[in-house]
Design a protein. Structure first.
Length: 194
């Protein structure tokens, strides 16, 4: 079994009261957590990545809980989520894509939901900015919850590392007003409204 060698974890939390309009009664709280870990495949191609995916399961569970704790909200108040990866330049994008299953599954288990977890991934350098797209925890068709959070870790990932991240929020965009499927309709399993 591959051992995850984590160099550091960074947590980001922001509260948004307005985006130019009237301040909200309660802020939109968004957050992300990132772990910078050694890439065991840096500089080489490996055909089978199943062991790597399995090794990331524990990291996903730990990061999801740490993020929820940082936001200080109960799981039932989380309305959107996403995940992302920056693979250091000596790595391959597929080793970062291995995060899709363990990162997404960890969020869904913790929150007790079944939605599609959006993702962003890049090959990058230390300090590069990662945009993590956010979507509703119930349906990718809830337009008000098409959002995102940007993060950066000043010294990571280094060329032989990978940054794995998770993100959540307690609502959609602060002044969402473009119509479409509502959060409540998505929770009931209703389909898209174009």
């Amino acid at each position: 079994m591959i051992k995850i060698e984590c160099r550091k974890i960074a947590v980001f939390v922001e509260d948004i009261w307005h985006d130019g309009g009237k301040p909200a009664d309660r802020p939109l709280r968004k957050g992300a957590v990132a772990a910078v870990v050694a890439n065991p495949y840096a500089g080489r191609y490996v055909e089978e990545l199943g062991e790597w995916v399995q090794a990331l399961d524990g990291l996903g569970a730990m990061l999801a809980q740490r993020l929820l704790d940082a936001l200080g909200l109960p799981a039932e108040q989380i309305e959107s989520f996403g995940k992302g990866t920056i693979v250091g330049v000596h790595g391959e994008i597929e080793t970062g894509a291995a995060w899709h299953a363990p990162g997404g599954a960890a969020l869904k288990r913790l929150l007790g939901v079944r939605g599609f977890v959006s993702a962003g991934q890049i090959i990058g350098n230390a300090g590069d900015r990662l945009h993590i797209p956010l979507v509703s925890v119930h349906s990718p068709w809830v337009r008000s919850h098409f959002d995102g959070i940007d993060i950066s870790v000043a010294d990571g990932p280094r060329p032989n590392e990978i940054l794995f991240a998770l993100a959540i929020s307690n609502g959609g965009r602060i002044h969402a007003r473009l119509g479409g499927l509502t959060f409540a309709e998505g929770a009931r399993g209703e389909g898209p409204k174009f």
